[in-house]
Design a protein around this ligand. Structure first.
Ligand code: ATP
Length: 246
């Protein structure tokens, strides 16, 4: 469960987020959308404890991120828009380091499965410095999943991924939600949200303009499927099959 209650954030007097309240229950996937500067990253960074709130409360699995940061972070996976990795560590060493930090016992089997699902097994012993941007993104996601967090925050998770990678990450996000994680995704890829998210919040200038189930919001504002159709065409052309639910 992710809970945000009357959260506001001011930077030197500038109100980046104003009195935001919402919850994301286990199994739900909230899509956070809004123009540049709307306050999406600020909200995610506050939920991680990187940005202290000016007022209000944010909690992860019922642990307040300010009052009980260790307990909150133990239940949290965060994939920032520009994940920072250690260039001199291999893919496997990143997973081992993450396992040690989060005290994940017997992590090897789980790490192998994550590498397999993200098509990184061949890169297991490669320095991340020598990976492509999309591969680095997948390493960051694999590390964030390793401790089986109850809440996962993605900031633009699909940047730099190829269509196959996008499909894989969408599938992984759905699986994590099915296993009971509460998930927030911030992205400008609205076509992705239509098929992936159970809920959507529209932020603008730091304020919540709309928050509801995806079906309610689509019914209210109408659904454009041109991008989804484009994706389907892509998979039909490149892989000889139509893209269904991934
Ligand atoms: N450290 C900071 N100091 C001062 N102002 C900041 C800081 N971080 C963000 N802001 C401001 O807060 C506002 C919200 O920024 P934020 O990064 O949360 O937006 P966003 O919705 O994630 O935007 P984008 O879609 O461009 O990533 C912006 O006006 C931004 O300039």
């Amino acid at each position: 469960m992710i809970t945000v209650t009357n959260f506001s954030k001011h930077y030197n007097g500038f109100a980046a987020v104003k009195d935001l309240s919402f919850t994301v229950a286990p199994g739900q996937i909230l899509g956070l959308v809004g123009p540049n500067g709307a306050g999406k990253t600020t909200t995610l960074r506050a939920l991680c404890g990187i940005v202290p709130p000016t007022s209000g409360h944010l909690s992860i699995a019922n642990h307040d991120i300010v009052k009980a940061p260790i307990a909150a972070k133990r239940n949290l996976g965060y994939i920032p828009d520009d994940p920072r990795l250690f260039d001199t560590l291999t893919v496997w060493e990143h997973l081992a380091f993450t396992a040690a930090a989060y005290k994940v016992a017997d992590f090897e089997k789980r790490a192998e499965a994550l590498l397999e699902s993200f098509e990184l097994s061949q890169k297991r012993d490669t320095l991340v410095h020598n990976l492509s941007r999309g591969m680095r993104q997948k390493v960051a996601i694999a590390c964030a999943f390793l401790h089986n967090p109850k809440a996962i925050l993605f900031d633009e998770p699909l940047t730099g991924l190829d269509p196959q990678g996008i499909r894989g990450i969408q599938q992984a996000i759905r699986e994590r939600a099915r296993d009971g994680a509460a998930i927030i995704i911030s992205s400008h890829l609205l076509s992705l949200f239509e098929t992936l998210c159970t809920h959507v919040m529209v932020l603008n200038l730091g304020e919540c303009r709309r928050f509801g189930t995806m079906s309610d919001v689509l019914a209210e504002f109408g659904q454009s499927d041109s991008n989804s159709a484009l994706e389907a065409a892509y998979f039909t052309i490149t892989q000889g099959k139509a893209m269904g639910n991934v």
